[in-house]
Write a protein that binds this ligand. Structure first.
Ligand SMILES: [Zn+2]
Length: 113
C-alpha cells in the first residue's frame, strides 16, 4: 500500500524536525491531500494508526484536508474549479487545461509540546 510509505516518510520527517525543535509530543498534524495526489485519505488515516504508537505520536490527531481541484484554461486564461473530474473549461468549454493544484500531498503544519 502506497499510503504506508507516505505516512512512514511523514512520520520520519516530523520525528527529525521535532527532535531539532525539542518537541516531545505531537498533538496535531495537518496534511494537505490533493484529490489527484494518489493518496487515499482513508488509507492515510489507517496507515497513521499503524505508525503512531510511539511516545511522540500517541496523542497526535491526523487532520487531512482535501483542497478543491483548480484548473487554468490555456485557451481563455481563466481559472476555475474542476468538479467531478470534468476537465473542460467552464468558460469556453475547451479541454486545454492545466492543473494548478490537486496533485499535492504534504504536511501543511504540525503542532506539539
Ligand atoms: Zn477556457
Amino acid at each position: 500500500m502506497h499510503e504506508l510509505y507516505l505516512i512512514q516518510s511523514m512520520i520520519n520527517q516530523i520525528s527529525s524536525n521535532a527532535e531539532e525543535r525539542g518537541i516531545y509530543r505531537v498533538n496535531r498534524i495537518h496534511l494537505i491531500n490533493g484529490q489527484l495526489s494518489g493518496g487515499n485519505t482513508e488509507a492515510l488515516r489507517f496507515a497513521f494508526t499503524l505508525f503512531s504508537d510511539t511516545p511522540l505520536f500517541q496523542y497526535a490527531v491526523l487532520e487531512v484536508e482535501e483542497p478543491e481541484l483548480i484548473g487554468r484554461c490555456n485557451s481563455c486564461d481563466q481559472t476555475f474549479k474542476i468538479e467531478g473530474c470534468r476537465f473542460i473549461c467552464s468558460y469556453c468549454s475547451k479541454g486545454n487545461i492545466e492543473l494548478i493544484n490537486g496533485q499535492e500531498l504534504y504536511i501543511d503544519y504540525y503542532e506539539g509540546d
